[in-house]
Write a protein that binds this ligand. Structure first.
Ligand code: ADP
Length: 508
């Protein structure tokens, strides 16, 4: 906080008598006064003593007052000082304009009264103070925003651990037949709600990435059709549960894209999930087609519903972060208002665009995604046919969360593997050295020796014959890179889905 009467004023004037007079007026008014007789001298004093206000005569023997002011403004160390131009002779208004446009805050022409000078300095100090408060507040807000992002990333990470344990446990339950209809229904509920929770957690983590522009793609050659089928398979039960029809029109052939399959899944899951969520009667249509030829050929996906529609006033903002059409308290369906922001960001990262249409409340909505097709010649090699090598592997599981460890162990044993477990990194490494496994699944956030160091130790002491898979709550690209650098072959983000794990075991 600047206390005006203790402020420091630098008085720059080459006329000794004039300078002396102004010095006295300022000192009597209670300011600390510094003085300089040349432009270069003024710049030096400003650098060294950081005055609050600089009174600058425009006519100086070396460089002009205008230039001094411009140089003060150009240097971040001196840019925020208040500058008051003074002139000993009558000046035309264009000179004043030049001074003010060059960055001065005020202009006084002599002769001026002492009271006028002091009042002007005071008013400049008030302005400066207000500016400082605003800047301080902006810095505080930026810091709070950063901490919020960190908190969201942390929260997402913490939520993933319990979710991981639940999902693995569900994977095991699912492999046994339910004892009756009621149990089957209950299982269905747990399954669907856990999937929903996992999606919310993913979205939450993605918010902090979006706000920091850290969303990254890992693209490859991808056929859009199986991606959509996969999404439909997951969402069909949700449509059934709500008594909605789900009509699908797919083209006969593949639609090759240069894309990140997981992110595409996220895009269409969000759109279809919304369409189902915001529709009470009727149904949802998914139409996929190719439009255009050669360089401009695009895959066009339309998700159309007969639901609550979107008010026209909201439509232009619907893709903005946290935008929600229904903000009433009894809002029962909404999530976090992140989904569509992510959809747009991801579609844009793929070089595509997404549009929303609705004729207003009660008229349904349509979302259209257009993605450029990949023209690289030749289809990719067909997936390697793997024999059922995944059964009966020696697996080491290093995980500190007891529930997650037990559930994962049960699942792996159910698949026929021999499983050894360790609750921390040191015991994990010791076990691996005494009985080398074929595969080690290692949690990253372990007490003592963390997962990265476990991998390094295993590579050094057991060698390259062992396959290493990292499991982590952090999904960012940094974590993945660090895992691969530490010697892991694969990097899985919790909650690890049983199907995904099964697939990886067979790939290894
Ligand atoms: P949310 O988690 O709230 O669903 P989204 O970003 O996915 O967040 O969607 C933002 C808002 O857009 C929703 O809250 C809803 O008001 C509106 N919306 C999205 N899709 C539809 C749809 N198919 N029909 C009606 N409203 C929709």
């Amino acid at each position: 906080m600047v206390e005006p009467r203790l402020a420091t004023v630098l008085n720059v004037n080459d006329d000794d008598a004039n300078r002396y007079l102004v010095n006295r007026i300022l000192a009597l008014a209670g300011y600390n006064v510094l003085e300089a007789a040349t432009g270069m001298g003024a710049l030096l004093m400003a650098q060294q003593h950081h005055p609050d206000v600089v009174i600058l005569d425009v006519k100086l023997p070396d460089i002009s007052g205008y230039e001094v002011c411009e140089r003060l403004r150009a240097d971040p160390n001196t840019a925020s000082m208040a500058v008051l131009h003074t002139s000993a002779t009558f000046v035309t208004s264009d000179k004043k304009v030049r001074g003010l446009e060059g960055g001065a805050d005020a202009y006084l022409t002599q002769p001026f009264e002492g009271a006028e000078l002091v009042a002007t300095v005071k008013s400049l100090l008030r302005l400066r103070h207000a500016e400082q408060v605003a800047r301080h507040r902006a810095n505080e807000l930026a810091e709070m925003d950063r901490r919020k992002d960190e908190f969201l990333a942390m929260l997402g990470h913490e939520l993933r651990n319990p979710l991981a344990a639940i999902m693995t446990a569900i994977g095991i339950l699912e492999r046994r037949p339910a004892s009756d209809d009621k149990e089957a229904r209950m299982r269905g509920i747990i399954q669907r709600q856990t999937n929903h929770l996992a999606r919310l957690v993913d979205d939450l983590l993605d918010v902090s990435r979006i706000t920091r522009d850290r969303v990254e793609l890992r693209p490859g050659r991808v056929d859009l059709i199986p991606v959509l089928r996969q999404v439909l398979q997951v969402l069909q039960p949700m449509a059934d549960a709500r008594g909605l029809g789900l009509e699908v029109t797919l083209p006969p052939g593949p639609l090759w894209l240069h894309a990140d399959a997981t992110r595409l899944e996220q895009v269409f899951t969000n759109l279809l999930d919304n369409a189902i969520k915001y529709t009470d009667a009727g149904g949802v249509r998914l139409d996929v087609a190719q439009e255009g030829v050669d360089g401009s050929a695009r895959a066009v996906v339309r998700v159309k519903d007969t639901g609550i529609g979107i008010p026209l006033g909201v439509l232009p903002r619907i893709f903005e972060l946290f935008a929600q059409a229904d903000t009433s308290l009894e809002r029962t369906r909404g999530g976090l208002g992140i989904g569509l922001t992510l959809v747009r960001k991801l579609v844009q990262l793929h070089g595509g665009e997404v549009l929303a249409h609705s004729d207003g409340p009660g008229t349904g909505s349509e979302f259209v995604v257009k993605l450029p097709l990949d023209h690289a010649v030749g289809a990719p090699a067909p997936a390697r046919q793997v024999a059922d090598l995944r059964r009966g592997r020696r697996v080491l599981l290093v995980e500190d969360n007891a529930d997650a460890r037990q559930a994962m162990r049960d699942l792996l044993e159910l698949w026929g593997h021999q499983v050894a477990v360790a609750p921390d990194g040191l015991q994990g490494v010791a076990l691996a050295v005494s009985q080398p496994p074929e595969l080690a699944l290692v949690d990253i956030g372990l007490p003592g020796l963390d997962g990265y160091r476990v991998a390094e130790a295993l590579r050094a002491r057991v060698g390259n014959g062992i396959r290493l898979v990292a499991m982590t709550g952090y999904g960012g690209p940094e974590g993945r890179d660090q895992a691969l650098r530490s010697g892991f072959d694969r990097h899985l983000v919790k909650p690890v889905k049983p199907d995904e794990l099964d697939r990886i075991l067979s790939e290894l």
